[in-house]
Ligand binder design. Structure first.
Ligand code: M6R
Length: 613
């Protein structure tokens, strides 16, 4: 949560930082601020609210003058969203300014000590103001050496954080430190930048330094110096980012979410292209699981959060059905607290768009401690999950900016199928015919997705009909039930409608009590093998006069008699339907939220990257 940006160079910093913060608003958007080194000290402006309503209006046409500064966009943890709790924060002596992403767990005791022993008075309720005052004390004690002060204090802090600090009397220098929260540096000519994520830097550079945990980085216009926790300088090469600036812009769409929904055919194509060779075989270049390793793994363990977890549910079906390996799946926040049976016979798969989700990262570390082999499915290159895994399977979806995940999900699904095919082949449990057919089915998805996207107008009409309902259910069997969970999450997170997903066969064990004439039920019936069973479930609901929207394949015409509306998806193999059937659900959630006038890309209380437990 929270995004940080820093710039030092020959140009005016404020505008560049503001621009970078706008690209990071998906990380938090309850307040924002900027601090710049000026002639008479550090000038700081910050304001509650989204950037366009708060900070941008506060600045107006009076950008702060200066060529070195830091900025922040906040997702509140310590202290309510308010002007005073917004970052940057200054120290008591008005000499330093800091921005911070993360949480300091021992801040209360540190704060009490600062007050009682040094008489420091605090303006805000944040843990961040504690950090800057600790640094300030060290700085004043040790001859105003900002680097030493940051290094010393970082070691005393418990928790996860990335910080960036500037000092009134240390011109043209930003000192930053990373511990379990993302931090990257963009390298330029006569300037350098730092940020929590790539989109903030793309306009200025594609050359990125990845900062590791427990490293300090010092940037000036001409230098990027990385230092480890022992104070030793670290040599590191830059990495070239292939995303373009346009990838991180709306490109004419009303919202990032809609743009990203429409990017799915290409994203899926890209994911497939990277992993299928000319003969249609899955190539896992750079992934070192051998046949011998596979013999060793007696189970797969999938762990993820939210949408990525829903991709894992499909992964479980795919790996068990195609590769015949038992799969356990957990939400990451539960995994490490249940003392799971994981050892060196386990292949552990972590799925994460951002690669920075703390719950997923901690689960991964727990599995690693227990000896599991870690394979991660990640979108952001060089992210923490990617770096801490034995092998990485990138999704290649490009930057996903909207908080509601769409193209990351469908590309995660593609990865799960490719992994299942790879494992099946290595284990020798799949016939050539079945293997080739599945590859053919996957290759056909992008075109079929485009067909589904052509039905957007019909789905918008449906949304206009149902947008004002207060409750909706999503049901399905088999793979459809996994997609139902994702459809329901999409709707609730951006439209705030109380939606609920359940395996269709489970309805009769309690939840059917909620079915009334006003109830909306989105029924996924795309699995040919389970169609008759699903048809019966739909009949049971119809008998309670509820409103049914069915999603099925082209040839199931009889469902019309039992449903109020039917959305058809193109012909495809049962196994791969989730990649198509989720698209109408994404569009439905989008149009319902739009009809209700909600803030689609930045839904309330949420942030794209959840770096707290
Ligand atoms: O970056 P991650 O994939 O690890 O994020 C996990 C979830 O926080 C994320 O999928 C969340 O559920 C989405 N906002 C849902 O659209």
């Amino acid at each position: 949560m929270c995004g940080i940006v820093g710039y030092v160079g020959n140009n005016q910093a404020c505008e560049i930082i503001l621009d970078g913060l706008k690209k990071l608003e998906y990380r938090g958007y309850d307040s924002a601020g900027i601090a710049v080194q000026g002639k008479k000290g550090i000038v700081l402006k910050k304001k509650k609210g989204e950037i366009k309503d708060g900070l941008e209006k506060l600045l107006g046409s009076n950008m702060i003058t200066g060529t070195c500064g830091i900025g922040h966009t906040r997702w509140a943890t310590h202290g309510v969203p308010s002007d005073v709790n917004s970052h940057p924060h200054k120290d008591y002596y008005d000499e330093l300014a800091i921005v911070h992403n993360g949480i300091v767990e021992n801040y209360a005791e540190l704060k009490a000590n600062l007050s009682s022993k040094y008489g420091i008075k605090f303006k805000s309720q944040t843990d961040t103001e504690v950090i800057v005052n600790l640094i300030s004390l060290e700085y004043r004690k040790n001859g105003r050496d900002l680097e030493k002060a940051v290094m010393k204090v970082a070691k005393d802090l418990k928790g996860a954080f990335s910080i960036a600090v500037i000092a009134k009397d240390v011109p043209q220098k930003i000192v930053a430190y990373r511990k379990n929260a993302p931090l990257i540096v963009g390298a330029g000519s006569k300037f350098n930048l730092l940020a929590s994520d790539i989109p903030a830097l793309l306009k200025y550079t594609n050359d990125i330094y990845l900062i590791e945990n427990d490293e300090m980085v010092v940037i000036t216009p001409d230098e990027v110096r990385i230092v480890n926790s022992k104070g030793k300088r670290v040599a590191r090469d830059t990495m070239k980012v292939t995303w373009s600036m346009e990838d991180a812009e709306k490109g004419g769409y009303d919202h990032f979410m809609l743009k990203e929904i429409y990017e799915q055919p290409n994203a899926v194509k890209e994911t497939l292209m990277r992993r299928l060779d000319a003969k249609g075989k899955v190539n896992l270049d750079g992934i070192s699981i051998t046949k011998a390793d596979l013999k060793k793994y007696d189970k797969v363990c999938i762990v993820a959060c939210g949408t990525a977890y829903h991709a894992g549910l499909v992964g479980k079906y795919a790996i068990e059905r195609i590769a015949k390996i038992p799969v356990e799946i957990d939400v990451a926040s539960e995994f490490r607290y249940r003392d799971p049976f994981v050892d060196d016979h386990t292949l552990f798969i972590a799925i994460s768009q951002s690669g920075e989700t703390t719950d997923t990262l901690e689960a991964l570390r727990e599995a690693k401690r227990k000896g599991a082999r870690i394979l991660s499915v990640v979108n952001v290159v060089g992210s923490s999950v990617a770096r801490e895994s034995d092998d990485v399977f990138y999704t290649w979806a490009g930057p996903e900016i909207a908080v509601a995940s769409t193209k990351a999900y469908t590309t995660q699904l593609v990865c799960m199928y490719l992994i299942a095919l790879y494992l099946a082949d290595k284990k020798g449990v799949i016939s050539a015919a079945k293997y080739n057919n599945l590859v053919k089915e996957l290759k056909a998805i992008p075109k079929k997705m485009e067909e589904v996207l052509k039905t957007a107008k019909d789905i918008e009409k449906l949304a206009k009909l149902l947008y004002n309902r207060t409750q909706m259910f999503f049901i399905g069997r088999g793979l459809d039930s996994a997609v139902a969970y994702e459809g329901s999450l999409k709707l609730k997170e951006i439209s705030y409608i109380n939606s609920f997903a359940i395996a269709a066969g489970e309805l009769k064990h309690g939840t059917i009590a909620l079915m009334e004439p006003e109830t909306i039920v989105i029924a996924l019936a795309t699995q040919d093998a389970l169609y008759d069973k699903m048809f019966s479930n739909i009949e049971e609901i119809k008998a309670r006069y509820s409103h049914i929207v069915a999603i099925t394949k082209e040839w199931h015409k009889d469902i019309k008699k039992k449903s109020n509306e039917v959305i058809y998806i193109p012909k495809c193999d049962d196994d791969v339907t989730p990649i198509l059937s989720v698209v109408p659900l994404q569009l439905f959630a989008y149009y319902v939220a739009k009809e209700n006038g909600e803030n689609i890309d930045k839904p309330r209380n949420l942030a794209k990257s959840v770096t707290v437990e």
